[in-house]
Design a protein. Structure first.
Length: 354
């Protein structure tokens, strides 16, 4: 990621900065932000823009300051700006290209800065209620006491974003009021000194099958792209509260490809809900070698490919046919929370955890 900006269609992920990405990240982390006052933020842009022009990188016009608006005043104290965003690469709009560009930036930054203090996806609700890319909204965060550096999925490619720590965390905390769809995406935190004092918002739970279907749709739509971008894999199980117990109903296996399986009983016509066998989804054999356990499975594809709505409807219809009375009876297994060094909360799913 060290060549000057050229035609973004000539390469699947075209760097925008004339200096190594890690160098830019280290300069941002070391920058004096002046408490994000109007004068301090303008001085920061001038400093970074002038140096970047000298290095052959982005001009000051490529650096975007986000001012505090009326709806964000509740989250700040004296700050006049919420963040400074620097585009670092462009990529073709398809999900696979965007995920590769993000992963390349992630690998370079992790080598230079160490493992992020947190990672996850914003889902459909970006910082301060902003919009997020349709292909996925992954982020990696290096938290600081005063300022936090983030690698974030932008609408055209990954961006480095520097902002004051307290307002972002105050905004996220404010979403923990428990209403349906209050928080989207997922958040993983690592046990490390940088996260000392970090408080996480409360979750919400789905109160209707319609809400559960919408939540699963949003989750499935971007899951393989976000896993590929973040370089993570997820193994998740969903249990169903039935008379006398809570058996495992579904397996979800995601990295750069999404596989979902059902443990439907033999007396249930699972095929009528859209499930197939290993003969119809041969790549699922890599996930579940025993072709009869689970018998019913779906290969939902890679980045940008999952038929998310149909898949969510299949899961919900199967759960109801199995006898789960309501979405409160769908339970996410606690093993899903362990993703490498991170403990993950799946806010956007709206499912209780057991």
């Amino acid at each position: 990621m060290t060549v000057p900006h050229t035609d973004p269609h000539a390469d699947p992920h075209t760097p925008l900065t004339g200096e190594p990405l890690a160098g830019l990240a280290q300069r941002l982390r070391a920058a004096e932000t002046g408490g994000w006052s109007a004068d301090g933020a303008r001085a920061l842009v001038e400093q970074l823009g002038r140096r970047d022009r000298t290095a052959g990188g982005p001009s000051a016009g490529d650096l975007r300051l986000r001012p505090v608006g009326p709806s964000e005043e509740r989250y700040v104290k004296k700050e006049a700006y919420l963040e400074l965003a620097v585009p670092v690469a462009t990529a073709a709009p398809d999900a696979a290209s965007q995920a590769r560009a993000f992963r390349a930036a992630k690998d370079e930054l992790a080598d230079a800065l160490g493992e992020p203090s947190s990672m996850g996806s914003y889902g459909t609700l970006g910082p301060y209620h902003g919009s997020t890319p349709a292909w996925g909204a992954p982020f990696l965060r290096w938290r600081g006491a005063q300022d936090t550096l983030e690698l974030r999925a932008g609408h055209h490619g990954p961006e480095l974003v520097l902002g004051p720590t307290a307002p972002l965390e105050a905004w996220l905390w404010s979403l923990g009021h428990g209403e349906e769809h209050a928080i989207s995406g997922f958040l993983g935190t690592r046990r490390c000194p940088a996260n000392t004092g970090l408080s996480l918002p409360g979750r919400w739970t789905a109160r209707s099958w319609q809400t559960a279907t919408e939540a699963l749709t949003a989750f499935f739509a971007t899951l393989p792209a976000e896993c590929a971008a973040l370089g993570i894999a997820k193994v998740m199980r969903i249990y169903g509260r039935l008379d006398g117990g809570a058996p495992c109903l579904f397996d979800i296996d995601a990295d750069d490809r999404l596989m979902v399986a059902s443990y439907a009983e033999d007396d249930l016509d699972a095929a009528s809900f859209g499930w197939g066998t290993v003969a119809e989804h041969p790549r699922s054999r890599d996930t579940w070698p025993d072709t009869s356990d689970p018998r019913w499975r779906l290969d939902a594809g890679g980045p940008g490919e999952p038929p998310a709505r149909a898949l969510a409807e299949t899961v919900v219809a199967t759960a109801r046919a199995e006898g789960v009375a309501g979405p409160e009876g769908l339970l996410l297994g606690s093993e899903a929370q362990d993703v490498g060094e991170y403990t993950v909360t799946y806010y956007g799913l709206g499912l209780a955890v057991v």
